[in-house]
Design a protein around this ligand. Structure first.
Ligand SMILES: C[S@@+](CC[C@H](N)C(=O)[O-])C[C@H]1O[C@@H](n2cnc3c(N)ncnc32)[C@H](O)[C@@H]1O
Length: 174
């Protein structure tokens, strides 16, 4: 099971990018996202609504105490940061040595508290340049999933019919 922890959400300022962190986590195979920072039920509901329509079992939760989440996590903890170790090597190490372990992937927003770096098992860089939590999360989860993107989302009401030149969907079960 893969859980994503999004640190330091700011209502208003981070709505869009926090939603995208959640949607990226879901599409790339995570089972759950925990938001920390400011509580934001509207932002979380937008991810839950999308999950209800497009399927899958993706949990969305808010918890204030991110330190407790990292400390209590039973499995491998990874913090995505531009200062970290090469992501492909770490993903391969986790997949090779601990294939059945649960994984917690931590991403920041504003400045990440220094202690996070020492609370986790791995600090991981997706490149060592500053970019985005959405990109870093997507690429790391893709690597952790051995280059696969989940296609089946159980319980979906609707799904896309891939098309070269149109926006096609169909209701599931029809
Ligand atoms: C826009 S950055 C801001 C980071 C903040 N300035 C700091 O120094 O802690 C937000 C988040 O994107 C992720 N991120 C940005 N660049 C990254 C990289 N090269 N590798 C991994 N994660 C990255 C990290 O999770 C980071 O906390």
């Amino acid at each position: 099971m893969v859980t994503v922890l999004r640190l330091g959400h700011r209502r208003g300022r981070d709505d869009r990018i926090s939603t995208h962190v959640g949607l990226t986590a879901r599409q790339l195979g995570a089972d759950k996202i925990i938001f920390s920072g400011e509580s934001d039920s509207n932002m979380m509901e937008s991810i839950e609504d999308l999950t209800a329509r497009w399927g899958g079992f993706f949990e969305v939760e808010y918890r204030e105490d991110f330190r407790r989440i990292i400390k209590d996590f039973e499995g491998v903890t990874v913090h995505l940061t531009m200062y970290g170790l090469p992501f492909k090597e770490v993903a391969s190490e986790i997949n090779g040595e601990k294939p059945d372990k649960d994984v917690l992937v931590v991403v920041g927003s504003q400045k990440v508290p220094r202690e996070v770096y020492s609370l986790v098992d791995y600090n991981v860089g997706v490149g060592n340049q500053p970019h985005s939590e959405v990109t870093a999360l997507g690429l790391f989860l893709y690597e952790l999933n051995n280059g696969k993107i989940p296609e089946e989302f159980e319980g979906a009401q609707v799904k896309v019919v891939p098309s070269e030149e149109d926006k096609l969907t169909e209701k599931v079960g029809e």
